[in-house]
Write a protein that binds this ligand. Structure first.
Ligand code: HEM
Length: 142
């Protein structure tokens, strides 16, 4: 339940930080402390979700247990099982890698333009990975 609720915060935080980075880059804005806080918030929120996700992977019947009981062949052949046990965990880890790279690369740049560029590129890549492999229909009961 925590993982599902925290996911709202993750989607909102990464979306906000991505839009903020793009607006800063396109609008040639001056980098402000609020830009730092928005990107840091997205980093923290995603890292907390990573820890919760890893724990869930070992506890949930849809994570490791699913691979052990069904076998990798069966899991890979079933789109529902594959999404939860393989695609979702992998893509979410890739998301967090992109967000972390964007955050650390933007911190190393000294002027506004390159800072926003790093945020815009890496947070956008992270956002696309994030949105691509959330189990939307189960999460939102669609
Ligand atoms: C950006 C980070 C992440 C987000 C936004 C996210 C989001 C979600 C959401 C919304 C669900 C619930 C879907 C449902 O209601 O059935 C879910 C389930 C799950 N997630 Fe994540 N997740 C993230 C990271 C991870 C990571 C890193 C792992 C594992 C390494 C992971 C493993 C799982 C597993 C195993 C489930 C199924 C839990 C169950 O219903 O028993 N997640 N995730």
């Amino acid at each position: 339940m925590i993982h599902s609720f925290w996911a709202y915060l993750v989607v909102l935080a990464v979306l906000a930080a991505t839009i903020n980075g793009i607006i800063g880059l396109v609008g040639k804005k001056e980098y402000q402390p609020k830009d730092f806080r928005i990107s840091l918030f997205a980093l923290i929120v995603t890292h907390i979700q990573l820890v919760i996700g890893i724990i869930i992977f070992f506890v949930s019947p849809l994570g490791l247990q699913s691979i052990l009981t069904n076998g990798m062949g069966e899991v890979m052949g079933d789109s529902f099982l594959r999404l939860y046990a393989v695609e979702h965990p992998m893509m979410m880890i890739i998301t967090i890698v992109f967000v972390t790279m964007g955050y650390s690369k933007h911190k190393k740049k000294l002027v506004s333009g390159p800072k926003f560029k790093m945020l815009a590129i890496f947070y956008t890549l992270g956002l696309l990975c994030l949105l691509s492999r959330i189990p939307w229909s189960q999460w939102l009961n669609l």
